[in-house]
Design a protein around this ligand. Sequence first.
Ligand code: LLP
Length: 433
Amino acid sequence: MTVADAAGDGAALDRRLLPDTADVDAAGALTLGGCSVAELAHHYGTPLFLYDEAHLRARCREAVAAFGAGNAIYATKAFLCRAMARLAVEEGMLLDVASGGELGVALAAGVPASSCVLHGNNKSDDELRRALTSGIGAIAVDSFDELDRLDAIGRQGLPVADVLIRVTPGVHAHTHHYIATGQDDSKFGFNLANGDAELAVRRAESSAATNLVGLHCHIGSNVFDADSFGRAAHVMAAFASRFDARQLVLGGGLGVPYVQGEQAPSITDWARVVLDACTAAGFTEPVGAEPGRAIVAAAAITVYRVGTIKDIPDVRTYLSVDGGMSDNPRPVLYGSGYEAFLPRAVEAERTRRFRVVGKHCESGDVLLQDARLPADVAVGDLLATPVTGAYGHSMGSNYNKLCRPPVVFVADGEHRLVVRRETIDDLLATDLG
Ligand code: LLP
């Protein structure tokens, strides 16, 4: 029995998958942040990412309350634009940036570099130099080669780097193997079991170019099982207690429900598990975390327009929308499941099955393998997928030269365009002819 079947064939959308301020008007249509979704789609066109600002702020605040100011770090890879960087920092979070590009957007948003932690398993000299000259808060060091590079850069007179040593704790998280990172066989971090992590800590302590501020680990992403986090926290806290580590950062990775019937711990529950495990292992210094998905995923919906419906008797019915794998590559990459619904009839039973596909020239361009939708869905309808706020816009592409959709924030009956729709001119901006 699949999770969707467990929720009942034909069931209306579970409203808990929608952003916090989602509501249904007298006609049964969806509103978000007090704005009509149909009007927003009309105004901005489709496909369209709609983010509920109150929801984003509430999750940032929850993370800050759970881990403490200075220990709640938003992982910008999940969704980044200047408005998002500012919002997270306004709510008291620091930023995890995984490249010079993410750091550049954060700086352009007016976020001080001292509020950013730089990650990456292959940071370039330029990325390290720029981080240090702009006054980066900390660098999570991932390899011996990076320590060599920091030494070389240090000899050129750059500021001493405050570093976290990224440790691979040998804890396997239950998630898709593409996004599991805590096991020994990983491109990330220093292996704990073979002694590399200890060597790296000793080097960071003794090098003139680095100042050890703490230890870091990240066991994987979209993890639903709090025990995996507890085990990693225990291993890391026991290890950290052996050194002069002033902080432990336990990464992100908290999963969120994407489809009917799924359940995940809240940010508060997650924090309790990891903080208790650290205390039990005798680690009394601050413990930080880097949630990405748990902050932004459920804050957004993507709104598409239905363009074609093709019924193949005794086979299936294909329903094509005006986006696809270029605005949400997760189904193709990880086989991720989503729900779909009609914003004009949020509470309608979804009795008919469709394969919801995009407009790319690939049979694999599938958004939902087996969607349930109201039987009266028709060409021209708006169709929305909830829980698309994380790793959709940020992993989007221009495949088939599609223009990336705009991002609109809604709050208190107001809407604001924070990323405009791309144009053909944008596609040609780097093409020198
Ligand atoms: N910290 C580090 C060091 C990370 O590598 C990541 C995610 C995070 C924090 C944030 O993890 P989150 O809380 O968002 O799970 N594209 C994949 C997810 C890749 C995550 C990579 N690292 C997906 O769409 O599921």
